[in-house]
Design a protein around this ligand. Sequence first.
Ligand code: HEM
Length: 409
Amino acid sequence: MTTATDSQALLLRLLDPATRAHPYPIYHEIRAHGPLQLPEMNLVVFSSAEHCDEVLRHPASASDRAKSTAAQRRYAELAEQFPQEEAEPPSFLFLDPPDHTRLRRLVSKAFAPKVVRALEPEIDSLVDALLDAAGEPLDVVADLAYPLPVAVICRLLGVPVEDEPEFGRASAILAKALDPVFTFTGQAPESFDEMMAAGLWLREYLRDLIRKRRADPGDDLMSALISVEESGDQLTEAEIVSTCNLLLIAGHETTVNLIANAALAMLRHPQQWGALAADPSRASAVVEETLRYDPPVQLVSRIAAEDMTVGGVAVPRGDVMALLIAAANHDPAAVAQPDRFDPDREAIRHLGFGRGPHFCLGAPLARLEGTVALAKLTARFPHARLAAEPTYKPNLTLRGLASLSVATE
Ligand code: HEM
């Protein structure tokens, strides 16, 4: 029987940036304990493939933080601290039906596989230009994995890429805000004030841009959402801000990790690098195996909208259910030899894009960017090797490399 104290010690190890480079042994340890129950924190942590899958599909699993008992306590404290702050609507990642369904539908067309496929020639040229400009040693993160998805999402949303130094900084701070510091410790993160300031800055930036696009619409998603807003009562300006905020951060902080994590896995398995360099059709298997083996989003969470039982564990209404996707993807009950990076495995099953009603909307785009970038990177530099030990960003939820230095000659 794992006590709440043991459980919390395991979760603190996971949060510790010192374990960022090698979290998988901790995930194995956590999964071996079964679901971790921390009733005083209104928290249950699931880490097996079966349990995570069940929670993601369960009709009583909610995403709206306002339904969480622990968050309600926290909001009450915050309302005392910041009495005049007006609550902005959350993005649809954190909403339930009917608002989730309505807002997701409004943007889903822009990310449909057919629409995304039409972007391939542009993504091809972007990757070529980035690789042409890269120096020696090449930093896979700074030279390719970061600028590619940023350019694509800016172009789709109609956000000027020249403003990237500013909103890139805000986006990085907000990505860190997704770490479950409050959920796992009951304490606000140290950088809470900085996160609030970055959130307010990004909203103001987007509001300003919406004003400009309203006067001078373009061929972009923000202008399309403005025209929907103006044509009736389907969404509000505050919802356009939240939606663009979500897409901008998702575009900045996830695909970068897919491309860099895949490159690192192949550099550590050089026969995989060489095989992809020789045969670009292997890229999609490399992408899927990376989403399983080293997923860019390591955990998601849900709230029990009613009393639930998952894997024999009672989850009271209002409790947060943290789902360790990265642990589930390495569950030996679901995957043979889970710690082996093997794009040739027979069926690659993973929760890297989530599952159920919140399944990643950007999956076709991320897959396309990943396959093009990795096929071209390996073909251009077939004999690449690690030039230095890679470094990691401090983030747990959106875990990824800060730099990946590669010798190409
Ligand atoms: C490799 C890159 C990516 C990974 C691993 C990833 C992963 C995920 C995951 C795990 C979720 C589910 C969250 C949950 O269930 O709570 C999600 C949702 C989402 N993703 Fe991605 N994502 C990636 C790229 C993108 C991109 C490029 C975009 C768009 C620009 C995007 C947009 C979204 C949106 C809008 C949602 C919310 C869907 C909803 O709530 O209905 N993602 N993503």
